[in-house]
Design a protein around this ligand. Structure first.
Ligand code: NDP
Length: 337
């Protein structure tokens, strides 16, 4: 059983060399009465939050990884054996699993049975899994978008951002995205249908750029990056703006997070800023599926994935999130069905 283990806790930006591919053995049988499930992993999801589990942080919503043990994360898998009443052999599932070929899963709280297989299975690591729910909850539940509103999305070409932009268009909003390369800007405008997009690395005066692109101001900001971009957005808000604080990837690997200076705008614009953790909303997953599946089938929503091949390429794929190497949802293909 090949697996990716964390070598040691990291501080600052994670490197490929902080992880290690190694061989191990696993019993492919779930003990009776254990509620455990044995799976063959098919796709693994690379997600920015995993950096927190690679650090030894004292205050975080989930425990850090244990050095020497496989990294865990979301994935798509096939059940090989089950002692759990809700899962049986040959079921396809998505949820928390290990970065290894086969996993014995004892914690099945965040495991969902896959019932629709006419769409790519890897989608359950992205649009039909945790990142899809993140876009849906942050945009619809937290921001209550109205037709004609002005929406801005940062890290707009990623797993979550590309969906928020498309949801905004479906809702009849004007939407602008920022991303870190011209290739991504092109995708935003020509594949995902954003009205405008800009390369934040080439336009360092974010406040001026946002002013130009939003002469009337921003009603909804879907924040994936935090830091200076958030500060610039605060200076460009409309009255009663909503900010969904989904993530702050520009701050995750800094020893000292940057300060945010323009919070007074929240008062002046009577704005609302709300953070959230997607797993608190998983009870809404069936509602999301009902909305999104027809849109995928009718190609009203598209999804771009960046698929790395093989566990040996998983560490580089994960680290690449923090330099923007991924174009679309970063997935690792592990085993072919
Ligand atoms: P992405 O697929 O968007 O990958 C991360 C992207 O972030 C990179 O491709 C890169 O794109 C951008 N990025 C990296 N470093 C920086 C930086 N210093 N400044 C600006 N942009 C940067 O990831 P996801 O879509 O999976 O996640 C997006 C955000 O959503 C993250 O902040 C994540 O933590 C958050 N999240 C929150 C959840 C929740 O429950 N609240 C759940 C899931 C995700 P570029 O080339 O544009 O720089």
């Amino acid at each position: 059983n090949m697996k990716v283990i964390l070598k040691h806790y990291v501080s600052g930006s994670p490197q490929e060399t902080d992880m290690h591919l190694t061989a191990g053995t696993i019993k492919l049988k779930a003990s009776a009465g254990s509620n455990a499930v044995v799976v063959k992993n098919l796709f693994l999801s690379c997600d920015p939050y995993m950096i927190f589990k690679m650090m030894k942080l004292e205050r975080h919503y989930s425990d850090p990884y244990t050095p020497g043990s496989p990294i865990t994360g979301y994935g798509v898998a096939k059940v090989l054996d089950s002692a759990h009443p809700d899962f049986k052999k040959d079921d396809l599932v998505w949820g928390l699993t290990g970065w290894e070929e086969y996993s014995l899963i004892t914690e099945t709280n965040h495991m969902f049975k896959i019932r629709h297989t006419d769409v790519p299975l890897s989608f359950y690591a992205g649009i039909l899994g945790m990142p899809g729910m993140t876009a849906y909850i942050g945009f619809y539940e937290l921001c209550s978008p109205q037709k004609g509103e002005y929406v801005f999305v940062s890290a707009a070409c990623g797993a979550v951002g590309q969906l928020v932009g498309q949801f905004a268009k479906l809702q009849g909003c004007y939407v602008v995205g920022s991303a870190g390369s011209n290739e991504k800007v092109d995708l935003l405008k020509n594949k995902f249908g954003f009205d405008e997009a800009f390369n934040y690395k080439e336009e360092p005066d974010f406040t001026a750029t946002l002013k130009r692109l939003f002469p009337e101001g921003i009603d909804i900001y879907f924040d994936n990056v935090g830091g200076k971009m958030l500060d610039a957005v605060l200076l460009n808000l409309r009255v009663r703006a909503r900010i969904a604080v989904c993530g702050m990837i520009s701050q995750y690997n800094l020893e000292q997070p940057e300060g945010v200076h323009n919070l007074t705008s929240i008062v002046m614009k009577q704005a609302r800023m709300q953070g959230y953790l997607v797993f608190e909303y998983y009870h809404l997953y069936p509602k999301y599926l009902e909305m999104i599946l027809p849109k995928i089938r009718e190609e009203k929503v598209v999804y771009v994935e960046d698929i790395a091949d093989g566990l040996e390429n998983a560490p580089a794929a994960l680290v690449g999130l923090f330099s923007g190497r991924n174009i679309g949802k970063q997935v690792v293909a592990v085993n072919c069905l």
